[in-house]
Design a protein around this ligand. Structure first.
Ligand SMILES: *Cc1c(COP(=O)(O)O)cnc(C)c1O
Length: 396
């Protein structure tokens, strides 16, 4: 009887089994191959490995069995032909974007981007003669108008950080393809479980595995996914020759993190929804944004392209920075930090941290006021989290 391939199973099953390579010892849990290099049975074999005539490992900057397991599991989960692990989410973003452009090319990106992604597009690429246009991601007309003959790449995040706006991925993919450009989607906030950009028409998906995929705040990592051809043409050589490779140790931690991703993200999404529904209409708040609620500004797109809300919920506290800091300082369980997707519930004040570099005008344009905070649901009992947030709100 033919063996069922990993991709025929449900995502939760793929998270546990896909990509597992067993050594001669038949270990249950995936092995950590903490090795830089590999030895060969003969000089002939070594030659064949280097020429590519014989498949196999040659050096861990190129590939490593533990890294392969992580990549294969991610590819099976995403439904992608190929995946490459990277040292961090930013290594994934910078390689996926820079690998596609040459001097004279043009890039269009949604302006609500993770700070470092915006730096790559606005500062770094321009040093190499790659021009860029930033648009309001939700406004499809702006995407259409920004397209040029030289546009090679469109880039977006959805839901966005920290205002949890949602961009119509299928529509932007169509606009990009109409001029022969490709779409890259940073899918960190949705996780592979709740949104599949490749199925919506994107050409490449990138993750910071530092977030939900680790999920327990331990190591950095990233991954780039796409068709075999996309990876070969744009990513493969750049990664091998420039070396933002993921450590086998980190790949192993992330691989084991994937086993529990489904249960963690389901629980965190449930808690974030409870928090959103409890705080909605609270007299101390001027705004509450949760992609899983009917009052989300792009609720119709959420229904169309996401399988669930989010593990994050953003709220705006009345009374500006002073009131917001009083709220943050009154929290006892939810911790103040700039990370997300952790087992611990976390809260971030974007205006003074992740988005501090932007001018007040740029922040206003992105809807990041002094009262905005981003809440990332952890794995605690939802009642304890809600109680902590509501008690702190009373202190405002
Ligand atoms: C964190 C994050 C990144 C960068 O990932 P690192 O692992 O910190 O390098 C990129 N995009 C988004 C949306 C993120 O949240």
């Amino acid at each position: 009887m033919a063996q069922k391939s990993a991709r025929e199973y449900h995502p939760e099953t793929r998270l546990v089994h896909a990509g597992t390579l067993r050594s001669q010892f038949n270990e249950t849990s995936e092995a950590l191959f903490l090795t830089q290099g590999y030895v060969y049975d003969s000089a002939e074999q070594c030659e064949a490995r280097f020429s590519g005539k014989e498949p196999g490992y040659v050096y861990s900057r190129y590939s490593n069995p533990t890294v392969t397991m992580f990549e294969q599991r991610m590819a099976a989960l995403e439904g992608a032909e190929a995946a490459r692990g990277t040292a961090s989410g930013m290594a994934a973003v910078s390689t996926a974007l820079m690998g596609q452009v040459r001097s004279g090319d043009h890039v269009v990106a949604a302006k609500a981007l993770f700070g470092s992604c915006r730096w790559i597009i606005e500062d770094w690429m321009r040093r190499f003669g790659v021009e860029s246009t930033l648009v309001d991601g939700a406004d499809l007309d702006q995407w259409r108008k920004a397209m040029r003959k030289t546009t090679k790449v469109c880039f977006l995040e959805s839901p966005t950080n920290p205002t949890l706006d949602v961009v119509d991925i299928a529509a932007v993919a169509e606009i990009a393809h109409s001029v022969g450009a490709r779409l890259v989607v940073d899918n960190v906030f949705a996780t592979p479980l709740y949104q599949s950009p490749l199925k919506l028409g994107a050409d490449c998906v990138v993750y910071s595995a530092t977030k939900h995929i680790d999920g327990q705040g331990r190591c950095l990592g990233g991954v780039i996914l796409g068709s075999e051809k996309f990876i070969q043409d744009n990513v493969h050589q750049l990664l091998r020759q420039t070396g933002p490779s993921i450590s086998p140790f980190n790949a192993w931690v992330l691989l084991k993190g994937l086993e529990t991703l489904g249960v963690r993200v389901a629980r965190q999404t449930e808690t974030a929804k409870i928090v959103a529904d409890t705080l909605a209409g609270h007299p101390k708040l001027s705004r509450l944004i949760y992609p899983g609620r009917a009052d989300h500004p792009q609720a119709d797109i959420v229904r169309k392209q996401m399988r669930a809300g989010s593990t994050l919920c953003s709220i705006e506290i009345k009374g500006g920075k002073a009131a917001t800091f009083r709220f943050l300082n009154a929290l006892q369980l939810v911790r103040i930090t700039n990370n997300l997707g952790d087992a611990k519930s976390l809260i971030t004040h974007p205006a003074t941290t992740t988005h501090q570099r932007l001018t007040p005008e740029q922040r206003a344009e992105l809807g990041i006021g002094d009262g905005l905070v981003r809440f990332s649901a952890g794995l605690e009992h939802p009642d304890d989290v809600v109680a902590d947030l509501t008690t702190a709100l009373e202190r405002v």
